[in-house]
Design a protein around this ligand. Structure first.
Ligand SMILES: [Zn+2]
Length: 322
């Protein structure tokens, strides 16, 4: 079995292809490209294979050893890793036979066979962080981990007994839609429900609250910069509250999952966690107040993601966890 694999991360605006060494977690070489969300999925996959062709020229000897290719997608993927049902930010991605198409395209370009598997991007990130962050740290294969991606939405992935939990509908780990806000004026979620975790802790939620309380649609990054610029201002104190509240709801989500599968480690990733210093106090507050059954200090279970591109590494490792 080759230690060299290809990992692909397809997002709503960019993609990345990387040649990785799954033994060390090193990204030996990678290339990024733009994604036009209105293009057909065939175009997206063709652009990706063109990038792989370029990558293969940069890494001739090592690329020859690659026989497995994983692709992380921003949507629902079948548990077998062959069909992508739907990607909310890529409207042309509907019931796409992604593994088969990519395999055929790769054969056409490189005149040899590759094995291809598709995986949801948050699940891929969960695998990457588990393999190269958590497992090494705990030095045991059975550690259970909840990965949370806090970005535009809130996504999650669970690794249990060394395997990714996917479920037959791809819903396992989708903690963004845990109904945690029961207040009568709870916001409506993109999923159609009310009061989901995502409506309290995502970038969208943070921007909505900034607009309500500060009169401006600040992104989480802008809000973070506002605190750094004038830490003692009233605006900064409101901004800190917004991050702390997001953290509090993430903490409630962590507790809910922990009481179901007894999580050893929680890894927090995604762009919004750039403001982790203001989000963590909210998470700790929830754990202190509501996680009374936990023996010891539950703060110890929280880690921050440390990989550069966990989706690229994780998709390359998908075989080991599916
Ligand atoms: Zn929802």
């Amino acid at each position: 079995m080759s230690r060299y694999r290809l990992g692909i991360d397809l997002g709503g605006s960019h993609f990345e292809v990387g040649l990785v060494d799954i033994e060390t977690g090193a990204k030996i070489s990678s290339l990024k490209g733009k994604v036009d969300p209105q293009f057909h999925w065939r175009e997206h996959l063709k652009d990706i294979v063109e990038a792989i062709l370029q990558l293969s020229e940069n890494t001739a000897n090592l690329f020859g050893k690659v026989d497995k290719v994983g692709i992380a997608l921003p949507g629902n993927v079948s548990p077998e890793g062959d069909i992508c049902y739907k990607c909310p930010n890529l409207p042309k991605w509907r019931d796409v036979p992604v593994s088969e198409f990519l395999r055929d395209l790769l054969k056409q370009y490189f005149k040899r066979d590759f094995q291809v598997v598709a995986i949801n991007d948050v699940n891929a990130a969960a695998i990457g962080e588990y393999h190269f962050n958590v497992k090494i740290l705990l030095n045991k294969h059975s550690a259970s981990m909840l990965y949370i991606a806090v970005g535009t939405g809130v996504g999650g992935g669970i690794v249990l007994n060394g395997k990714l939990v996917v479920g037959s509908r791809g819903l396992a780990g989708e903690i963004g839609h845990l109904p945690l806000d029961n207040s009568p004026d709870a916001p409506i979620c993109g999923c159609g429900s009310k009061g989901c975790l995502e409506t309290q802790a995502s970038a969208k939620a943070i921007t909505r609250k900034a607009s309500e309380r500060l009169g401006h649609n600040y992104t989480p990054r802008e809000l973070y910069n506002l605190i750094l610029k004038a830490p003692n201002s009233q605006e900064a104190s409101i901004a800190k509250d917004i991050f702390r509240e997001a953290g509090y709801f993430l903490g409630l989500g962590i507790i809910a999952v922990s009481y179901v599968v007894d999580i050893d480690v929680v890894v927090l990733g995604g762009g919004v966690m750039g403001a982790s210093e203001f989000i963590l106090p909210g998470i700790y507050e929830a754990l202190d107040k509501k996680f009374k059954m936990y023996p010891g200090d539950p703060k110890g279970m929280i880690l921050l993601g440390k990989l550069d591109s966990p989706q690229v590494l994780g998709s390359a490792l998908a075989w080991n966890y599916l």
